[in-house]
Design a binder for this molecule. Structure first.
Ligand SMILES: Nc1nc2c(c(=O)[nH]1)N[C@H]1C(S)=C(S)[C@@H](COP(=O)(O)O)O[C@H]1N2
Ligand SMILES: [Mo]
Length: 434
């Protein structure tokens, strides 16, 4: 039996479960075709090996220039030496998988590694039967088909989507642990190039009535996710996205079309979007009343916290890395829902002193930006931290500042400074700041 992919972020339980699934599928299949003959069994298990388990360890040629390589294929695949994987959170009551932030380069998340968050599973929607209804306070209510949407002038933009709950594991002390990878801490964050139609274009088409200040966005999944969004966002930069990184949007991301609200909390970016209703007031749905509202220290609550504040995370070195003495390039990601990242500062002494990190272009608005900082590790103890400052001057807060502003019970929008503790000898663990 082929070995499962090495995945530092997969628990032993998860690996055992996956192995058990492989075994039972294989047993089933072998049993079903047992009478037909050895050839079929061999073909079937070869096929199964291709579809269900990772490729066997590749054998690299010493001199690839000596033989003819593989011929072109209709669909490309990754090098057999690369196995990036999302970390599927099987403990989440509905559905959640995290992007492997520590394994990615540049700004774009490959579509098959984009994080997933859904409350009623991923629905299968026939694009030929898909419609988007826009009604309520409009002059000309209209049901758009997918091909209607594609006939409007398309717009593209690169931006991140971050779950409103991303990073609670880097804030709430009862869930924090030392053995935490970047994807475990903040992996509900991904970046794509999105293509679709500007919502402003559709709103002009249907004629938004004066006085319409909010719109309801409703999904067609079993969760019937519904959120109220200010109309101003539609006339700013909201769009109906039907493509992601150059191809049709993935089912997990809302195929055939989703609402995209650059820089705003993930929850409001309704996937599998089927209906938009314009009104004077917000609709006060479950997702914006009982959920995604932030309790404040004074006992009141903050509703409609749409904008994701500036945040950063060092993705190397991180758990489970071990550092050797000498020069080390500290790298990470910074992002802000308010605009561009202006600066990132890095501390190697637990926040006593800070140095400016170098930003790696492109530096786009409402988009993840890579940073790096060269540091000489002396083999002793160190505490690494990063803090992002965006173009509006907003500075990523410490955990203590966030607690002072919102109380310790806050559960969403946790953008506090986070860091890594390097122990004597170079082992790196998540750093639980007070
Ligand atoms: N229809 C629908 N839209 C949805 C959800 C959902 O469950 N159903 N989940 C929301 C949440 S909580 C988040 S964080 C984002 C996640 O987007 P992604 O799965 O494309 O990363 O989608 C949002 N849109
Ligand atoms: Mo979310």
């Amino acid at each position: 039996m082929t070995a499962l992919p090495p995945d530092s972020s997969t628990s032993a339980d998860e690996r055992a479960e996956a192995a058990a699934q492989l075994v039972s599928r294989r047993t089933l299949l072998a049993g079903a075709v047992g009478a037909v003959g050895a050839t079929l069994v061999n073909n079937a298990s070869a096929l199964l090996a291709q579809t269900r388990s990772p490729l066997p360890s590749p054998t690299a040629l010493d001199d690839p220039g000596k033989v003819q390589g593989r011929i072109p294929s209709e669909l490309g695949e990754r090098s057999p030496f690369e196995h990036p994987r999302r970390r599927v959170n099987r403990a989440a009551p509905s559905g959640e998988s995290e992007s492997p932030l520590q394994d990615l380069y540049g700004t774009i998340t490959p579509a098959d590694l984009h994080f997933e968050r859904h409350h009623g599973g991923v629905p299968v929607i026939d694009p030929a039967r898909y419609t988007l209804l826009i009604h309520g306070m409009v002059e000309r209510p209209f049901k758009f088909t997918l091909s209607d949407l594609k006939r409007f002038p398309a717009v593209s933009r690169v931006c991140f989507i971050e779950c409103s709950g991303n990073g609670y594991r880097g804030f709430q002390q009862n869930v924090m642990k030392r053995e935490a990878t970047p994807s475990w801490i903040d992996g509900l964050l991904s970046t794509s190039e999105w293509t679709g139609v500007a919502l402003a274009t559709l709103f002009r088409e249907v004629g938004v009535k004066p006085g319409a200040k909010w719109f309801l966005a409703e999904g067609s999944d079993a969760a019937h996710m519904t959120r109220s969004i200010p109309v101003d966002k539609a006339f700013d930069d909201a769009m109906i996205a039907y493509a992601q990184n150059g191809e049709a949007i993935r089912p997990e991301q809302g195929y055939p079309a989703r609402l995209l609200l650059p820089g705003w909390e993930g929850n409001a970016q309704v996937k599998w979007l089927k209906r938009i209703e314009l009104a004077e007031k917000p609709f006060m749905t479950r997702e914006e009343t009982s959920k995604y509202t932030d309790p404040l220290a004074n006992g009141t609550a903050r509703m409609f916290s749409f904008v994701m504040d500036a945040k950063s995370l060092i993705t190397f070195p991180a758990y489970p890395n071990t550092l050797g003495r000498g020069w080390c390039v500290i790298t990470g990601l910074a992002w802000s829902g308010r605009g561009k990242i202006a600066h990132v500062e890095v501390s190697t002494d637990g926040g006593t002193t800070w140095q400016s990190a170098e930003l790696q272009p492109p530096i786009l608005s409402k988009c993840t930006t890579h940073f790096r900082h060269l540091w000489k590790y002396d083999g002793g103890e160190a505490a690494l931290m990063s803090r992002a400052i965006d173009e509006t001057g907003y500075v990523q807060p410490t955990r203590a500042q966030l607690v002072a502003a919102r109380g310790a019970g806050t559960f969403y929008h946790m953008n506090n400074i986070r860091g890594w503790k390097v122990e004597r000898g170079g082992k790196v663990f998540f750093h639980m700041e007070g």
